[in-house]
Write a protein that binds this ligand. Structure first.
Ligand SMILES: C[S@@+](CC[C@H](N)C(=O)[O-])C[C@H]1O[C@@H](n2cnc3c(N)ncnc32)[C@H](O)[C@@H]1O
Length: 325
């Protein structure tokens, strides 16, 4: 396919250390098991009620993609960029609306799978966009990051006190692709409170903490998925001068329902589907450490589900719509 360089001005970015993305790449290499188990989506769905069977789950995922595309307010023929597109649900639904859609991911397996389904996807770290614009065809009219932003800052960034720089850079990159009034929509798990997580405690790994404690679970998540969550209000501060927050929703309960469905579905698949045993065996040979971290986090300790459980969950999911200034 021919690619056209984007006619946009260069962005001047703060100097950041390269991201430690190995854990993130490895995590999606392991999570490539999920499609065999019937899970193709890696973010919350948008539910209407508490029903949570497969039909409700799939409808919720589709509703979330529709909500995000509605927020972008793009017209047929316009182009959207999905940063962290996973297995391409948003790309697919965008195409159904006659939008042109391009996805980027750091997972080669996701990109290959999407290309097989004729969904335009590149293996590209969003941080490389300013240096590799020629890879993105044409102008972009709206940007989505549905559940990818949690991976953009790392524990190393939190230890070095540069998480704000990472988010400011993200907003600068997104802004450099858009014109005033155009939109960037994000969904991201946040820490429930400012100062809730101490990077020095988390660097000691889950083993240093009592099983079931906040530090234990959060360290488990950081070790298995790679990433550091934003705090309430942090993104809005970092977006200043580039974007205004024009809509926000709390989707924490939706993520609770999604995560409980995932756990049930993956347990069922592990017991009943030989395809999953085969895929698991291959991962065990290829990436034993990443698989072990993931199974401990998802299955044994259920640190993933812990995030959204209880009356006052330790994490919050925010859907946020940003308008370019
Ligand atoms: C939780 S998954 C969400 C996938 C998809 N949006 C969905 O809803 O199913 C996170 C996605 O972000 C991508 N990702 C993580 N860090 C990235 C980065 N620095 N640049 C581009 N994509 C990234 C991963 O490859 C993965 O596709």
């Amino acid at each position: 396919m021919a690619t056209i360089a984007l006619p946009l001005p260069p962005v001047s970015l703060p100097t950041l250390q390269p991201h430690a993305t190995d854990t993130v790449v490895n995590c999606y290499d392991v999570l490539d098991l999920c499609p065999a188990g019937g899970v193709h989506d890696f973010t919350d769905g948008k539910y209407l009620d508490h029903r949570n069977d497969r039909a409700a789950y799939l409808a919720a995922q589709s509703r979330q993609a529709d909500y995000l595309l509605d927020q972008l307010d793009c017209r047929p023929g316009e182009r959207i960029l999905d940063i962290g597109c996973g297995y391409g649900r948003i790309l697919q639904q965008a195409q159904e609306r006659e939008l042109s859609a391009i996805g980027i991911t750091i997972s080669p397996t996701q990109a290959a799978e999407n290309q097989r389904h004729e969904l335009n996807t590149l293996v590209l770290n969003y941080r490389d966009i300013p240096h590799q614009r020629q890879q993105l065809p044409g102008r972009v009219h709206g940007i989505v990051a549905n559940g990818s932003l949690e991976h953009f800052a790392q524990l190393e960034d939190a230890l070095a006190g540069r998480v704000n720089d990472v988010y400011s850079e993200l907003f600068q990159i997104a802004r450099s692709l858009l014109r005033p009034g155009e939109r960037f929509v994000t969904t991201a798990i946040h820490l429930a409170e400012v100062g809730q997580a101490d990077p020095q405690a988390i660097r000691q790994t889950h083993r240093a903490w009592p099983r079931g404690s906040f530090n234990y679970h959060y360290a488990n998540l950081v070790e298995a998925f790679g990433g550091w969550y934003p705090e309430p209000g942090q993104l809005e501060r970092c977006a200043q001068g580039e974007f205004t927050l024009v809509a926000e929703e709390d989707g924490t309960h939706d993520y609770f329902l999604t995560s409980e469905y995932w756990l049930r579905q993956l347990k069922w698949s592990l017991v009943t589907k030989p395809r999953v045993w085969w895929a698991l065996g291959k991962k065990w040979l290829h990436a034993p450490r990443a698989l072990n971290d993931m199974l401990r986090c998802l299955w044994r300790d259920q640190s993933w589900n812990w995030q959204f459980r209880g009356e006052n969950p330790p994490m919050r999911l925010y859907r946020q719509t940003w308008q370019a200034v």
